[in-house]
Design a protein around this ligand. Structure first.
Ligand code: GUN
Length: 309
């Protein structure tokens, strides 16, 4: 079997187009404020792409880049100010934060109405109670990929590999809401391959390069790769890519020093899965598209509520 590749670009563009059409008829301009603390390299790239996409779609974006020495008290005060600012519709504090700041304390401070990441305890609770909630962008994007690719979710066995607050846990809940039978696996799971081989839909979000091998995948499954890792080792690259891709990847390593690889071994997934999301060009693009969607949703709700309509 050669898996069909599910293009994140195509689906992300569809969603961004829909958001742009909605923005065009709004009687106000929405504002998204992104807060970044310190110099984490990956965070700089992610935030750059969030700001750029906001601007492309006509969302006003504000980027607050704070020094790594910012104290927790200072950051709490900044969030509090953003909570009370009438022109700000969405607040996103990019994670990870420097070690001296308690992430939970910050996430708890973000007003649930402006929490476009869906990380505040109120939104997490609402999601678990199947109430209307702003859902975390990456797992919400995975659901969009599945639905828009006509991959059945209801009644199927979905296995989520990873239990993070950002992806694994909300992913499991969103799949459950779509009536999948859901299993969550993690680093302490015994007989992992035995469980993942039962998955009709396998979502990998563990942050371990190429961890999911052919033996973990049921023939004909849908494999969603949420991981983003750097590979610079040429021998490792040979294990990960088949002849259709290897040369291009080796060129990328030569030029940039690394190539992006997910949590799934793409060569082996292509041989066993029916559908597979690539890295790069898969789930990652959906995260930003869903953030735009959440921002407009938050803006509409808050501004319409404010007007008492
Ligand atoms: N770090 C990694 N992914 C995310 C995300 O979706 N939102 C935020 N705020 N930080 C992240």
């Amino acid at each position: 079997m050669t898996a069909k590749i599910l293009s994140g670009a195509k689906i992300a563009n569809e969603i961004k187009q829909e958001v742009a059409e909605e923005i065009a008829i709004l009687p106000f301009r929405a504002t998204l404020t992104v807060v970044r603390v310190g110099e984490d390299k990956a965070s700089a790239v992610y935030v750059g792409s969030k700001v750029k996409t906001s601007e492309e779609l006509g969302i006003i974006s504000e980027h607050l880049h704070l020094s790594a020495e910012t104290t927790q008290a200072e950051l709490l005060e900044i969030v509090e100010k953003l909570n009370t600012r009438d022109d700000v519709d969405g607040i996103l504090v990019q994670l990870p934060l420097p070690k001296h700041i308690d992430e939970n304390a910050i996430l708890e401070k973000i007003s649930p109405e402006k929490d476009v990441d869906g990380f505040s305890p109120i939104n997490v609770g609402r999601l678990w109670q199947s109430q209307n909630a702003l859902a975390p962008c990456t797992p919400a994007g995975v659901i969009e990929i599945l639905k828009r690719s006509n991959i059945e979710i209801a009644g199927r066995h979905a296995v989520v590999l990873g239990r993070s607050n950002i992806v694994g846990k909300p992913m499991a809940m969103l799949l459950l809401q779509e009536n999948a039978t859901v299993t969550i696996c993690h680093s302490r799971t015994k007989n992992l391959a035995e469980i993942t081989r039962q998955a009709d839909i396998l979502v990998a979000a563990i942050g371990r390069t190429g961890f999911v091998r052919g033996e973990h995948i049921k023939e004909g499954a849908t494999v969603i790769d949420v991981g983003i890792n750097n590979v610079s080792d040429i021998e490792f690259a040979r294990e990960l890519f088949d002849e259709t891709e290897l040369e291009k990847r080796l060129n990328t390593i030569g030029k940039r020093g690394y190539t992006l690889v997910g949590d799934v071994n793409p060569k082996e997934a292509r041989e066993r899965a029916a559908y597979f999301t690539p890295v790069p060009g898969g789930v990652g693009l959906l995260t930003v598209a869903m953030l735009m969607k959440n921002t407009i949703e938050a803006a509409k709700k808050r501004r319409i509520m404010m007007n008492g309509e």
